[in-house]
Design a protein around this ligand. Structure first.
Ligand SMILES: [Ca+2]
Ligand SMILES: [Ca+2]
Ligand SMILES: [Ca+2]
Length: 320
């Protein structure tokens, strides 16, 4: 079969990602493009290492994944098949306009390209069947780099101005693309959890980029595995004391607790990744492993945030 003149992305079927290590600096996104599956109506032309901005009018099978990183730097993208092409997007991906937001692209097989990424952005990677035949193929996208990579089975970029998370305590808004928590009074907590739209998970990871206004007695928490008010995991970001404290709550009791020192500055973004691998709850901030807390009680639930005597904001939440 001939290859397309340009190359590109594949598609869809974002199911069944294999088992992955928690907080790993690499991830593999594997699957199959199958005739009858999702297609791009046109192909963004590639001159490795990027899109040219032009298109070829030809429908191709594709798959696309969203992911985040917690450390800035070069990340390697590989794909071993003979007839694939790959695109990396900085932000949103529009299947109808697959050259928009194209950050990097390659159709030189086997695919192997380095792309500079940073925390705070949700990236997409797309793969296409780069043949005229469109008979489908199996793909295995490898991504590796200096930070933790979380591909987003669940993603909220807080972009639509509507808070559809469960508001446990007001106030929560989506402002300028961020979730913002503003406790109503100096004594109260603002708290939101994703239980309204997330089914919960156990052996999973969550990534977010958060900041706190800080100040005396300020407390901001990233919540994980939130099942209900008595069963969850909380990570306290204590700006004043420059520490993080991880606790697991079961039936309202703290059953596990670990603390680590970390300089936390007000109004500064921190990339937080928490994961549970079946034995340990791990916490990494800006790519640095801070806590690995063993537990015999597997937590299950959804992500969330809480703030007290501080305004807190989160740029996104990505869970897998
Ligand atoms: Ca956002
Ligand atoms: Ca929203
Ligand atoms: Ca501080």
């Amino acid at each position: 079969m001939k290859r397309l003149l340009a190359s590109f992305v594949m598609t869809s079927v974002v199911l069944a990602l294999g088992a992955r290590a928690v907080l790993a600096g690499s991830v593999n996104l594997s699957g199959s493009l199958t005739p009858g599956g999702a297609q791009l109506p046109q192909v963004a032309i590639i001159t490795t290492p990027n899109c040219t901005g032009a298109y070829t009018a030809f429908s191709v099978l594709y798959a696309v994944y969203s992911f985040t990183v917690d450390v800035g730097g070069p990340y390697k993208f590989t794909e071993p098949a003979a007839d694939t092409a790959l695109y990396v997007y900085d932000g949103a991906f529009d299947p109808n306009l697959p050259a928009d937001n194209c950050l990097a692209a390659t159709n030189t097989n086997p695919l192997d390209i380095d792309v500079t990424l940073a925390p705070g952005t949700v990236y997409r990677v797309a793969v296409i069947d780069d043949t005229f035949a469109q008979a489908g193929l199996a793909y295995d996208i490898g991504i590796s780099g200096p930070g933790n990579i979380v591909d987003c089975a669940f993603l909220d970029e807080f972009a639509d101005g509507l808070v559809d998370w469960l508001v446990v305590k007001p106030d929560a808004t989506e402002t300028a693309g961020s979730l913002v928590l503003t406790p109503a009074t100096n004594r109260s907590r603002a708290e939101v959890v994703a239980t309204s739209i997330h089914p919960g998970c156990s052996e999973c990871s969550m990534s977010s980029v958060v900041q706190t206004s800080g100040g005396n007695r300020s407390k901001v928490w990233v919540l994980g595995w939130y099942a209900d008010k008595k069963n969850y995991v909380e990570l306290l970001l204590d700006e004043r004391n420059d520490a993080v404290v991880l606790k697991q709550k079961v039936r309202g009791r703290t059953v596990r607790k670990e603390k680590a020192s970390l300089t936390i500055d007000p109004s500064t973004a921190y990339a937080v990744v928490m994961g549970f691998d079946g034995a340990q709850i791990s916490v990494s901030i800006d790519g640095a492993p801070l806590i690995a807390m063993s537990t015999t009680r597997p937590p299950t639930g959804a992500p969330g945030f809480r703030a007290k005597k501080a305004t807190a904001s989160a740029e996104y939440v990505c869970v897998n």
